[in-house]
Ligand binder design. Structure first.
Ligand SMILES: [Zn+2]
Length: 370
């Protein structure tokens, strides 16, 4: 790619243009790319396509390990220390207690390259009389990666599995990456799917209320079928004084959101509940997110609320009011420029959604009223 580029060095600004407020990369080559070069170019492009430029923010240096964005030796030491200690995440997936023990052991051996494939046996001095071909296809040398992924016979198994779930997947070429990707994909759940999340939320809320108030909600399934069935919670002896949830105005819907992270970074979830002017519950969502701090979780929850509302049927005839118990998050949504640098990506995503939802408002409420 480098050899073909017309311009081999320069500032980022010289390799693209602004088109309708969006940055478009524009790198010129001496000639048309061949197919295989196009592939290389796309691979290279993948490295930076997730970075979006934005005209609204000033360029500046940022030290990512510190919330202020300023470099400190302390944060550097902390980072170095932690990353040394940081064991490859893939092992957590291996010992996840999901599969039978011997399967986990096998997985562990496989990822270590300690399975008795012919290639490994030969390395250990077993005399195979140069019969190193794969037992399945009898063509390619039998390595772990080949036997479990690239062999056309095992490939078919993977593809069949993907087809069954209606998915397309480009398999990585080694077992460790495959395993990590598969788990990210299956358990990490980054891909947003409104229906799926709604469905999950309904199930979780239903089982939760059933476990929490078994007398009032004897059937989780009924609550799941119709979450609004008994949305008046049972009155408790001591109602909290003076603090209560207010219904939104007529023609307005209110989304109470919450990021469940409290304090230091740890696994978190976000949730929200959308109600109309009668106080009737229209949407409930809850969703796990990866490790983060409470401010970030709150911002995620608000973004989610915007997202859900912007695709809901109330979008065109109702105004949206969001309530959050995080004064920081409320402040940053109102004045994005004051938000810390690490929120920027999120702020930009939310900004897009804000444009979708006309006449939205956000306000801070006490935790007890949220
Ligand atoms: Zn093979």
């Amino acid at each position: 790619m480098y050899a073909l580029a017309v311009k081999k060095s320069g500032k980022v600004a010289e390799f693209g243009i602004w088109e309708d407020g969006r940055w478009a990369w524009n790198v010129q080559f001496r000639r048309q790319l061949f197919d295989w070069e196009v592939e290389q170019w796309e691979q290279f492009h993948d490295n930076f396509k997730e970075f979006h430029f934005c005209k609204d923010f000033k360029d500046e240096h940022v030290w990512k390990r510190e919330t202020s964005g300023n470099y400190t030796t302390k944060s550097f030491c902390r980072y170095v220390h932690v990353s040394n200690e940081n064991v490859d995440r893939v092992w957590n997936y291996v010992w996840a207690n999901l599969a039978p023990f011997r399967i986990e052991v096998f997985m562990w051996q496989l990822l270590q390259g300690k399975i008795g494939v012919k290639d490994e046996l030969a390395k250990r001095g077993v005399n195979l009389k140069n019969m190193l071909q794969c037992a399945l296809c009898n063509v390619i040398r039998e390595t772990c990666d080949h036997l479990f992924i690239t062999c056309r016979k095992s490939w078919k198994v993977w593809m069949g599995w993907c087809r069954m779930w209606g998915m397309g997947w480009v398999l990585p070429s080694n077992v460790k990456d495959l395993f990590a990707m598969w788990n990210e994909w299956q358990l990490g759940g980054k891909e947003w799917n409104t229906d799926q999340v709604l469905e999950l939320a309904r199930i979780r809320v239903a089982t939760w209320v059933n476990a929490k108030w078994p007398r009032e909600y004897p059937s989780a399934l009924n609550v799941y079928r119709q979450p609004t069935i008994q949305c008046q919670l049972p009155k408790k002896g001591q109602e909290r004084k003076g603090i209560q949830w207010d219904k939104p105005r007529y023609g307005q819907m209110k989304f109470n959101v919450d990021g469940a992270a409290r304090g230091c970074p740890r696994p978190t979830g976000i949730g929200g509940i959308l109600r109309d002017h009668r106080g009737e519950v229209k949407i409930i969502f809850s969703k796990p997110i990866s490790e983060t701090d409470s401010n970030f979780a709150e911002m995620m929850a608000i973004k989610e609320a915007f997202l859900i509302f912007s695709v809901s049927r109330w979008k065109n005839n109702h105004k949206l009011l969001i309530e959050s118990d995080s004064s920081n998050a409320v402040k940053w949504i109102k004045h994005p420029d004051g938000a810390p640098w690490r929120m920027r990506k999120l702020i930009l995503q939310t900004k897009k959604l804000k444009r979708e939802v006309e006449g939205w408002e956000i306000q801070h409420v006490r935790r007890e009223a949220n």
